[in-house]
Design a binder for this molecule. Structure first.
Ligand code: F6P
Length: 323
């Protein structure tokens, strides 16, 4: 393999740059030409592709966001879009692809591989940590720490005013950020899409706490919880306990930015190099991941369709520790 291309796609995540850097430096080390595709699949369709050198990735390991930019491409979902993308890669003689992103990115990569056969290895980059085939995804650890920092600050003001706060964290279909930041932040309750917590249970848990002389309370809500988002849940709770001063804080995209944590930089570097060296060894249509500290490759099919369940021990722990 003499020429490969790399891109970032979907929601950005802290550590994506460290991943790009590792793949580029690995390519230079192994004497392989590497091209950067800008703006994910949109850039592939438009031929926004530039040759990268070792110095192209200098001074980026500590930066959040992605120097290659990112997009959620609608056009790549069409046959015509993918054909245009293939033609650009063919013109440049690209023999392998590294795609950094989440399930949408790998769904696209899988279809593209099936249609055009360009070997592709993915690196899991999403703050949601919702991909099967890796213990952690790039950006998750940083996002949890960002959420935790915010929860700590909210706790100060919640306590001063004896208030109940509902804090919404990201995670459309997954409660990973919520459960970790909730445990780290000492939340009374964590509401995640993977388990159902009724409004009745929320109210009784809070009331039990107040009966034990708790003056303020923090409930961490994953945005995709089945009872609704934090605003909706707070409104339902307010109906039953109108005497309590209730506030809502939505952390939003702050969780997607910032300098990556040490853990994310190291994970991203391993996965970037792992993706490149996987391609060199003949891996294709797979995602590189780290399980039990070992580099493994999992088919795109499994990584996007198989469920990575939340650790039940953590869910149990939130209940026990909030007594
Ligand atoms: O997939 C990562 C993520 O941050 C989710 O947690 C969130 O629901 C979504 O992306 C938001 O996407 P966008 O920035 O495109 O609105």
């Amino acid at each position: 393999m003499k020429k490969v291309a790399i891109m970032t796609s979907g929601g950005d995540a802290p550590g994506m740059n460290a991943c790009v850097r590792a793949a580029v430096r690995g390519a230079v080390y192994h004497g392989i030409d590497i091209y950067g595709i800008y703006r994910g699949y949109d850039g592939m369709i438009e031929g926004d592709i530039v040759k990268l050198k070792s110095h192209s990735v200098s001074n980026i390991i500590q930066k959040g966001g992605t120097i290659l930019k990112s997009a959620r491409s609608e056009e790549f979902k069409t046959k015509e879009g993918r054909k245009k993308a293939f033609e650009h890669l063919q013109k440049l003689g690209i023999e392998g692809l590294i795609t950094i992103g989440g399930d949408g990115t790998f769904t696209g990569a899988k279809i593209f591989y099936e249609e055009y056969g360009i070997p592709t290895v993915g690196a899991p980059g999403t703050i949601d940590n919702d991909l099967y085939g890796t213990d952690y995804t790039i950006g998750f650890d940083t996002a949890v720490n960002t959420a935790l920092g915010a929860i700590d600050k909210i706790r100060d003001t919640a306590d001063s005013h004896n208030r109940l706060f509902f804090i919404e964290v990201m995670g459309r279909d997954s409660g990973y950020i919520a459960i970790r930041s909730g445990i780290g932040g000492g939340a009374e309750l964590v509401m995640v899409p993977e388990t159902s917590t009724s409004i009745k249970e929320v109210i009784s848990t809070l009331q039990e706490g107040w009966a034990r002389h708790k003056t303020s309370s923090i409930v961490v809500v994953a945005e995709g919880d089945e009872e609704g988002n934090a605003m909706e849940i707070a409104a339902k709770v307010k109906k039953a306990i109108s005497q309590k001063d209730i506030k809502v804080s939505i952390l939003g995209h702050i969780q997607r930015g910032g300098s990556p944590s040490a853990q994310d930089r190291i994970l991203a570097s391993r996965l970037g190099l792992g993706a490149l060296e996987g391609l060199m060894k003949g891996e294709k249509n797979v995602m590189a991941g780290i399980i039990n500290d070992k580099l493994v490759y999992t088919s795109f099919e499994d990584s996007i369709t198989k469920n990575k369940p939340l650790n039940q021990e953590l869910i149990h722990m939130v209940k026990v520790l909030s007594v």
